[in-house]
Design a protein around this ligand. Sequence first.
Ligand code: ATP
Length: 339
Amino acid sequence: MAEQVTIDNITKQFDETVAVDTVSLTVEPGETIGLVGPSGCGKTTTLRTVAGFETPNAGRVLFDGEEVTHVPPEQRNVGLVFQSYALFNNMTVQENVEFGLKMRDMPKEQRSERAAELLTLLDIGEMGNRDPTTLSGGQQQRVGLARALAIEPRVLLLDEPMTGLDAKLKTRLQQEIGSLLDEIDVTSLYVTHDQSEAMVMCDRIAVMNDGHIEQVGTPAEIYEAPANNFVADFVGTSNRLDATIRNGTLDLGHATVTAPANAPNGSVTVVARPEAFTLDEGPIEATIEDRFYLGEHVRMTARTPDGHELTLRFDPTHAPESRHVTLSLDPDRVHILRN
Ligand code: ATP
């Protein structure tokens, strides 16, 4: 049975640097939470504290209500997958996967069976006798995951496991490993600086900034209802516009559009994703300054008459040809942040 992981008011300081600042987060049994945020925001330190490689200055780590804050890493029964695959090159793939089981004195036959099962599950069933150095990056990463899962960990910790893989393989592995994490009953924390990877792989995402958590939510919540400017900027592309709401209308300065339902009057910041703008005879005038053809869509940079830059996104078959456009803003697709 998967366990609940609770990070309770953890602070970790290195000399002058507060790497993690009173962070609390509960990962429910079987859930995968992605820790995302810019470089240096404290993701890895949080993960290492759960693994037991760091002892926090304050706060507690609990597995299913049992405090493990001071339990050494080797006694926590956590599975670890890192960016450098960290496979043992003097052992075969099969021996790598069996390693943790051997350490736990599992009989040979039983551990071979379990390793073979995991390798098959990860679609590398025929590679057990290979030397890890003869495998591709993606295959090595699967071996790393099989090895971490072999010990039936209380919690699985993954730190940037897709780093160094080419874009196409990364997309495939994200989907495959994402589904695998859904299927198997293990609680996971997944560190990545890549927010789209977290969206594919994780049930919920915790956005970190400067040692603390800015927002925890499902990928859709984080994208559609960012809690603040930091999250709106970090996750996806957003247009942020200062506006005033008056009785159901949203005054953007250069244009007035319909406000989202029930938005209270006052001065606000509007977060509008590129796809919230539609090309029609709407009230927002803009001049297209740049266009980038990206296959699935066309991204455009446009400027309003009062100098605001907008990022727009259109289906290639509907992308405007002209330099001047008039746009509508879908009130159901905007998110309001109160100033
Ligand atoms: P990245 O995405 O670049 O890996 P991160 O979000 O994982 O970054 P951490 O590695 O947790 O960030 O680091 C958080 C802060 O703590 C950084 O300022 C880092 O320099 C500092 N830090 C981390 N480990 C140590 C250490 N052992 N000694 C001193 N400072 C450290």
